[in-house]
Design a protein around this ligand. Structure first.
Ligand SMILES: Cc1ncc(COP(=O)(O)O)c(C=O)c1O
Length: 426
């Protein structure tokens, strides 16, 4: 009988996958904690939280229980003209912990749609106020998703090349390289000075897809200050950084100036189910609160605020806000730091950096890019050792579920160390 992997090649088209070059996907049949088990019984440590979504481990019994209960109570209903307890409770609980003065929660389906909604909110906010501000500013290297608005505010790259003519114009400020932060801040200050910019969008503290490129909270705060001084709306894309990845619950919790709009997804449901959220302030909401229907936000999805997914998010939030979870995040951050010290200065290591539970290592490679030849070698090396790491070109990063134990972390560190030794010896 054909395996699931073999049947997959006949029928399924995978995301971000050159299907001819990587034809066969590993078929996962179960997940427990940090482990994913394939149809041949191999167990993999999920050291990247399955594309940065999983917070508490796979198939978490508490999340499963809450989802099961909600499924049997009311699985889903239309969210226009109707509402339900899980969506309202989730909104209340998120508003209580989000940075700044967030007052309203808008539900959608994933990180890209959370960004899409944020852009529409920002642009229409100015239109509804009768003020001409249409420009958007983003940071070089940004990745905000794959829908057309999200692609427009993302770096022009191989990801967007096929659609480049169709993307709207965005001004990009230089990424704040270490030691050159002032330059980047100055470019933003200059761009917003004219008072015609609708919004500035940023991945706070870490650009994920760009290769876990990190910058400091002082720079982020200076960006936000420049925007605040010119009434430019601030969109914080916390799709990856949200829910404790950078240490505190949100990356923006680390700065004095608050965003006007926050995008959430990924860890929102603990990685169990897809959901996007765009949170915003009363002031932005009020610009749409009108007797004139043309001023409402024309956006919505069939599955908006799905009750079962809200139940998963509430369960994940219970686990996240438990003291054990913040202790685990600190423990992971500490373990990363100690491991980093053991490979700093290695001839293969060009750079090593960390923010919270995220550790990234740039390896010396002829060509430093997403398409570095090292990528496939690295991926296969770790998979053959039953560790899921999905390098971004020549950049290895660890972004584990918070339930990972010290022993499991050591297995990941050992695999990286052995790769470095193997390459040095070659
Ligand atoms: C910062 C950021 N924004 C948006 C997205 C898009 O999220 P999704 O893949 O759920 O559409 C991602 C995905 O990696 C992301 O890292």
């Amino acid at each position: 009988m054909a395996t699931i992997s073999q049947r997959d090649t006949q029928t399924v088209w995978h995301p971000y996958t050159p299907m001819k070059i990587w034809p066969e996907a590993i078929a996962i049949t179960s997940g427990k904690g940090v482990y994913l088990t394939d149809e041949n019984g191999n167990q993999y440590i999920d050291a990247i939280s399955s594309w940065w979504v999983n917070l508490h481990g796979h198939s978490h019994p508490y999340i499963a229980q809450k989802v099961h209960e909600q499924m049997l109570t009311m699985e889903h209903c239309i969210f226009a003209g109707f509402t339900h307890g899980p969506a309202v409770t989730l909104a209340e609980r998120l508003l209580a912990i989000l940075p700044g003065s967030m007052a309203k929660i808008f539900y959608s389906d994933n990180g890209s749609t959370a960004v899409e909604v944020a852009l529409k909110m920002a642009l229409q906010y100015w239109q509804n106020k009768g003020i001409s501000r249409k420009k958007i500013i983003a940071i070089d290297g940004a990745y905000h998703g794959d829908t057309f608005g999200a692609m427009s505010v993302s770096a022009r790259s191989i990801f967007t090349a096929a659609f480049s003519d169709l993307l709207f114009d965005v001004s990009f400020i230089p990424f704040p390289e270490k030691g050159r932060e002032a330059e980047s801040i100055a470019v933003l200050q200059q761009l917003v000075a004219a008072g015609d910019v609708a919004a500035f969008i940023a991945e706070p503290l870490i650009q994920g897809s760009a290769g876990m490129q990190m910058y400091d909270a002082r720079t982020l705060d200076a960006y936000f200050a420049a925007c605040r001084a010119t009434d430019t709306l601030i969109i914080a894309d916390e799709v990856m950084t949200g829910f404790g990845r950078t240490g505190p619950l949100f990356a923006c919790s680390q700065v004095a100036h608050a965003p006007d709009i926050i995008c959430l997804s990924k860890g929102l449901t603990g990685g169990a189910m897809p959901m996007g959220i765009t949170a915003t302030t009363q002031e932005i909401y009020d610009a749409f609160y009108d007797d004139d229907r043309t001023r409402m936000l024309y956006h919505g999805h069939s599955y908006t605020a799905n009750a079962t997914i809200c139940a998963a998010a509430l369960a994940s939030l219970d686990l996240l806000l438990h003291a054990d979870c913040s202790a685990s995040r600190l423990r992971i951050a500490d373990a990363h730091k100690q491991f980093a010290a053991t490979i700093t200065g290695h001839e293969m290591v060009e750079d090593i950096r960390q923010t919270g539970t995220i550790l990234a290592i740039t390896l010396r490679a002829g060509i430093s890019s997403y398409h570095s030849n090292l990528r496939d070698e690295l991926y296969q090396y770790f998979i053959s050792r039953q560790i899921l790491l999905r390098p971004l070109g020549n950049i290895i990063y660890i972004l584990p579920p918070y339930c990972i134990t010290d022993q499991e972390l050591d297995l990941v560190y050992d695999a990286i160390r052995s790769y470095l030794q193997w390459k040095s010896a070659a």
